[in-house]
Design a protein around this ligand. Structure first.
Ligand code: NAP
Length: 507
């Protein structure tokens, strides 16, 4: 079923001599499958097939591309429980999450299929000509959006389905008319292989050109770097760490022909709680946030890693309540021993900083790779003076910053790096005083959540999942929702074209 080979176009290939295995973090042992790292010749073959496929795939009718996307969804569902079992073995995530994430992934594929059925998504503009205009005739201009070319997709460890092989990047690139080469995530290469087979099967069934999709394995950074540097690759979609995203962004900028890298990276997602909210429902907020911080062992890019408020007795009670509720929640398996180690190392760095107080730390005996919550608090002054406290700690962790007054709280927000989300927890009595806060947050984040939790990203045409750097490398776009397709197209204008030569939707 899983043979560890790369899928290059419609052919399986294992020419490289480097192999690796994935790891079951829950059982704390290596999985049985062995994967073959892609060789340079295999990378070149995938890129050249993708480039050839682009000439036909970019012109295939929207209806046929939609059929391809729907067929991928059907093929993935057809993999049944086996796919769910492999997902669980490679991520340690529970069955409910696997099934939910599969549903989201299938929903995204179908959403893009529906979106492209009309050509409205291209936002075409027809500006009719006027040959009789004085002093010069006005040309007939018709602008539309056309696909960029082959896209390389890097998925993240924490979403083996929804932000990986057939996730939002791949679905939106296929929808736009771009072939995709996936650099498979080494932590879930088996899940990736199964999904890749489903994509290839769908491509064959719906008569897509060979090379519309390839999946390359690797356990190190070389394959990804070669792909991003490859002259036939025209854009990159990345979901993962700031370090990885930034390295690939810089690499793409140094190419002879620089290309766009849409990297969605980590975030600490500031949450601001007002005094009134703490007075009226501090305990409820603490209970909700204990759940949000520990959801999926805190391994979400929208995890509430930073909670802000003005110091008071109520704030103090809230912090204690949050800590005690968070450590009541059972420890969960993290995705991989490397992620487990990195979580503890990064949390330790924060806890060792000047002024950092450990509020609560899960201390029950746990299996290898399992982690419970850690809640730390610090003053606004210490936070402002120390950048180490601003870093993402990927896991069940949150830092509560207690500011001396509202002005300091605003200063903390103004000094934050770019974020995916910001959250405001407030009462109706606060509304008239929130303008400055909303404006400061709006400047730093891609989405503000009101009286909720940041975890959970709805797939919607109105979703913005992105934000100022370093949340993403291009804050003008979203990685989730139908707007994600815009990353893979460029504006193009036809001037004074005869009707017969225009695409149907511009006639
Ligand atoms: P990661 O370590 O950055 O890995 C992501 C992918 O990039 C992997 O395939 C990895 O391959 C590759 N990669 C990393 N550094 C590279 C480099 N220098 N050159 C070439 N390739 C490189 O991230 P992760 O641990 O999988 O994911 C967790 C992170 O993703 C967290 O920070 C989380 O917040 C973020 N995330 C963001 C979003 C979002 O939508 N903004 C969603 C989910 C997760 P190798 O492992 O082989 O190096």
């Amino acid at each position: 079923m899983i043979n560890g080979k790369n899928l290059i176009g419609f052919t399986e290939s294992a020419e490289g001599d480097k192999t690796f295995r994935t790891f079951n973090p829950k059982a704390n042992l290596e999985n049985e499958w062995q994967f073959y790292e892609a060789s340079e010749t295999e990378i070149n073959r995938a890129a050249s097939l993708a480039s050839k496929a682009f000439t036909t795939y970019s012109k295939i009718s929207a209806e046929k591309r939609a059929t391809f996307l729907n067929s991928i969804a059907d093929e993935i569902l057809g993999l049944g429980d086996t796919l769910i079992e492999v997902y669980m073995k490679e991520s340690g995530l529970p069955e409910g999450r696997a099934i939910g994430e599969r549903g989201r992934t299938i929903g995204q594929l179908k959403m893009f299929a529906e979106l492209i059925k009309t050509e409205m998504w291209r936002d075409s503009i027809i500006d009719a000509g006027n040959p009789g205009r004085e002093p010069l005739p006005k040309p007939d201009l018709r602008q539309t959006a056309i696909p960029l070319g082959p896209i390389v997709v890097f998925g993240a460890s924490n979403f083996p389905f929804a932000f990986s092989t057939a996730g939002g990047d791949t679905a939106s690139a296929f929808a736009a008319g771009c072939p995709v080469i996936v650099k498979s995530h080494p932590m879930h290469a088996g899940t990736g292989e199964m999904i890749s087979r489903a994509i290839v099967q769908a491509a064959k069934k719906t008569h897509m050109p060979e090379g519309v999709f390839s999946n390359l394995n690797s356990s190190g950074i070389e394959v990804g770097q070669k792909l991003v540097s490859h002259p036939l690759v025209k854009a990159v979609g990345f979901t993962g760490s700031l370090r990885g995203g930034r390295a690939l962004y810089d690499l793409a900028a140094k190419r002879k022909e620089p290309i766009p890298v849409f990297a969605e990276m980590g975030s600490i997602n500031p949450v601001v709680v007002t005094q009134k909210a703490l007075e009226n429902r501090g305990k409820d907020i603490a209970t909700n946030y204990a759940k949000s911080v520990t959801l999926g062992a805190g391994q979400f890019c929208t995890n509430p890693g930073l909670i802000l408020g003005v110091a008071s007795d109520e704030m103090n009670n809230f912090v204690k309540e949050l800590g005690s509720k968070a450590i009541e929640i059972e420890a969960q398996a993290m995705l991989h021993p490397n992620i487990y180690e990195s979580f503890h190392d990064k949390a330790t760095v924060v806890m060792q900083q000047q002024g950092a107080d450990i509020v609560a730390e899960y201390s029950q005996e746990v299996n290898s790779n399992f982690s419970g919550a850690k809640i730390v608090t610090v003053s606004g002054k210490d936070f402002l003076e120390n950048n180490q406290l601003h870093q993402e700690v990927f896991g069940p962790f949150s830092l509560v910053v207690q500011c001396s007054n509202k002005a300091e709280l605003l200063q903390v927000i103004q000094n934050l790096e770019g974020q995916l989300t910001g959250t405001i927890i407030a009462e109706e009595e606060d509304y008239s005083k929130l303008e400055e806060l909303i404006s400061a947050l709006q400047d730093r984040v891609g989405r503000i959540v009101f009286n909720g939790v940041p975890t959970g990203v709805e797939v919607s045409p109105a979703m913005t999942h992105g934000g100022p750097y370093p949340a993403s490398t291009d804050s003008r776009f979203t990685a989730v929702g139908s707007g994600a397709i815009k990353r893979w197209v460029r504006p193009f204008s036809y001037q004074d074209f005869p009707k017969e030569l225009l695409p149907d939707f511009l006639k």
